[in-house]
Design a protein around this ligand. Sequence first.
Ligand code: BGC
Length: 338
Amino acid sequence: MKKYVVVLAALCLAVFAVSAFAASDDPIGACIYKYDDTFMTNVRRAMLAEAEKLGETLDVVDSQNRQPLQNDQVDAHISKGVKALVINPVDRTAAEPLMNKAKAEMLPIVFINREPYEEVMKAYDKIWYVGAKAEESGTQSGQIIADYFKANPGADKNKDGKIQYIMIRGEQGHQDATLRTEYSTKAMKDAGFEIVELGNDTANWDKVQATDKMKGFISAVGIDNIEAVLANNDDMALGAIEALKAEGYNLGDAAKYIPVVGVDATAPALEAMSKGELLGTVLNDADNQGFAAVKIAALAGDEKPVTEESIGYKITDGKYIWIPYQPVTVENYKEFMK
Ligand code: BGC
């Protein structure tokens, strides 16, 4: 009997050792909504850097802006035997089936950048969301414009005491597009300005689309009437600036300048700030979003506890990691250049 127990214990130990080894050796599977996105490229780089640091294998694929493709990629990750998933959904309203695929296998799943609905987040205990509070970025970008108008009364070109602005929005349905639009206008009003919207359209986070939309606004309302441009991200702010430059604006002549703000603090945006083309932006911290997502996936994938201590980030309601935004202005932009 005693011998039998010893053999059994040894067997258990061996199985435990093998499974512990297998757990830490399995890759983390990740999907990015599309590789052709400046901000998500920065997040992906941070994820890969963190995986390397932790000695983890990160198997990351391009979902090419197609949700059905991403669904198949998640199936492929699962059948390959990943220990955890990091998903940047193409369509955040389509996160539920992805959560269910993970749940069926008891696999941890970390959503990033596109926030699943609350009911999806509540329906599974091994689910996390890493992102940033879009309200903050909206408020900060609106404040940058308001501060500029306070410091430069001449920015009110028609002297009507109001800010005549153009709003260029991100993708329809993306929480960042909705909230940045809402909170940036609110911030200008909260700062005491009356605001007049001369144009408002989506350019889907995309620089080229933003140039086209901005050209359309310029011909519709006349460049002399535009006093500010707010874009939901830097790529679109830079796209709008291309359209302004084509009219001889934002090229260094103080009489021909329209303040433009974006969000993200990408390298090209900081470069445009250094040339005086872009007034300001807001740091959307790609590094910390990428680092946090991979840390959680690595720990949860090895069945280790995910705590504020183990990941080094604040956790809200047990599953949300909100990485703070920071205003980036002419005073501090150099600190963000890499
Ligand atoms: C970023 C955008 C990016 C989008 C992708 C946003 O948080 O600010 O630049 O295109 O996420 O989902």
